[in-house]
Design a protein around this ligand. Structure first.
Ligand SMILES: Cc1ncc(COP(=O)(O)O)c(C=O)c1O
Length: 390
């Protein structure tokens, strides 16, 4: 350290340079807002286009760790570009704000993630964008809903409470015939069990909050495209909205990626075991698990999907009122009561479907399960004791 500096300056600046050649198994995380340039010439010559991901400008626009996570998520989905957002919902909003203008129309499935439905109302009130709802099982018939001002159709594969598996290729064919873009929320399959681009999606969204984190401890979203122009359109909204992500969280997702497939398979096996057991119970009228017959779109799941993960729902026999199923959920010991999925701890949520969907006609209370990484036999024993209390 230089002798001429004051102690205070030495506390801020250091001439020390660590030796090069260091390698570890984990990504290096840089916590930065300011990115430093070697000299004015490099500052001036920096890639003026942050979307090119070829240089560094400012923490908001990316670091080596966030570029790496983007590249790896794009590869996983079979895309070429990826934009990270501070939550899955931020990713949905970013896509809508990027692709919809005043007077445009967007189609959402009736089973869409509820905040996305509310977002439709907000877009309508603020920007005059109309959001209309289609039957998630409409398939090619969605064509009848497309208007000259329809720009975007959202698809959830499957709906994350009522679990209908949509015919994405049929919806995409109908959309593309009219020049409409298809946005797929592919969170349920983690990008592993369903390949959105192969089935016609133009952009794929992931709530990394779920399986990619795996820890129920962070929020993040991603939008993946394979068309540079579409990435640019969405990327402009990403920049203007200033949607930076926390690099510690990027690190945690990078750390979880190597086990993503193994965890997903464990969730999948456990969920199928628990779902099959629930299907034998007299208290349960229907199990809504895409891999089990009886779930709307089960045949489509068999045709298009390669796995199922941990999330499914059941419909209780209509003889049980809401107070009964609430008592059942309260009686569970291993299942936490809470939203989301993809973490190690099993979760359970009762849904008021009539409140969420005015045209919901299925009798019986809907309860959603996220099967975590506990031994499925212990989960079954827990469910059994909660059934006894009914
Ligand atoms: C299907 C689906 N998409 C997106 C999101 C949004 O994810 P986040 O919680 O990261 O905002 C959720 C959250 O539960 C979801 O269920």
């Amino acid at each position: 350290m230089s002798q001429t500096r004051s102690q205070q300056t030495a506390l801020v600046h250091s001439d020390y340079t660590a030796p090069g050649g260091f390698m570890g198994c984990s990504a290096a995380v840089q916590r930065v807002s300011t990115v430093l340039f070697e000299n004015v010439a490099t500052l001036r010559a920096r890639g003026a286009d942050p979307l090119a991901r070829s240089a560094y400008t400012y923490g908001l626009f990316g670091t080596p760790a966030s570029y790496e996570l983007e590249a790896r998520l794009a590869e996983l989905e079979g895309g070429s570009h990826c934009l990270l957002t501070p939550s899955g919902l931020a990713a949905i909003t970013m896509v809508d704000l990027a692709l919809l203008d005043r007077g445009d129309d967007v189609l959402l499935p009736e089973n869409v993630y509820s905040p996305s439905r509310d977002l439709g109302d907000w877009l309508n009130a603020k920007f005059g964008v109309s959001a209309r709802f289609y039957d998630p099982m409409a398939g090619a018939e969605v064509a009848a809903m497309i208007q000259p001002n329809t720009r975007l159709i959202w698809v959830e594969a499957p709906g994350s409470a009522s679990m209908e598996v949509p015919d994405v290729p049929a919806i995409a064919a109908a959309a593309h015939a009219r020049g409409v873009l298809v946005a797929l929320d592919n969170t349920w399959s983690a990008g592993l069990a369903f390949k959105g681009f192969d089935h016609g999606a133009d952009l794929v969204l992931q709530a990394l909050t779920k399986y990619q984190s795996g820890g129920s401890d962070l929020l993040m979203g991603a939008v993946i495209t394979r068309d540079p122009d579409l990435n640019r359109r969405i990327g402009l909204a990403h920049m203007h909205l200033g949607l930076g992500v926390c690099m510690e969280d990027v690190y945690l997702v990078l750390r979880s990626l190597p086990t993503l497939n193994l965890r997903f398979q464990a969730h999948d096996a456990g969920a199928r075991q628990v779902a099959a057991w629930l299907a034998t119970r007299p208290e349960i009228a229907r199990v809504l698990h895409p891999a089990l017959p009886g779930c709307p779109g089960h045949d489509i799941w068999k045709r298009d999907f390669r796995g199922a993960g941990g999330l499914f729902s059941v419909l209780f026999d209509p003889r049980f009122a809401e107070a009964d199923t609430d008592r059942f959920v309260d009686g569970l010991r291993l299942f936490g009561i809470g939203f989301s999925w993809g973490g190690a701890i099993s979760l359970c949520v009762p849904y008021r479907m009539q409140h969420m969907r005015g045209n919901w006609r299925e009798p019986g209370q809907l309860v959603r399960f996220n099967i975590g990484l506990e031994d499925p036999l212990d989960l079954i024993a827990d469910l059994e004791q909660a059934f006894r209390a009914l």
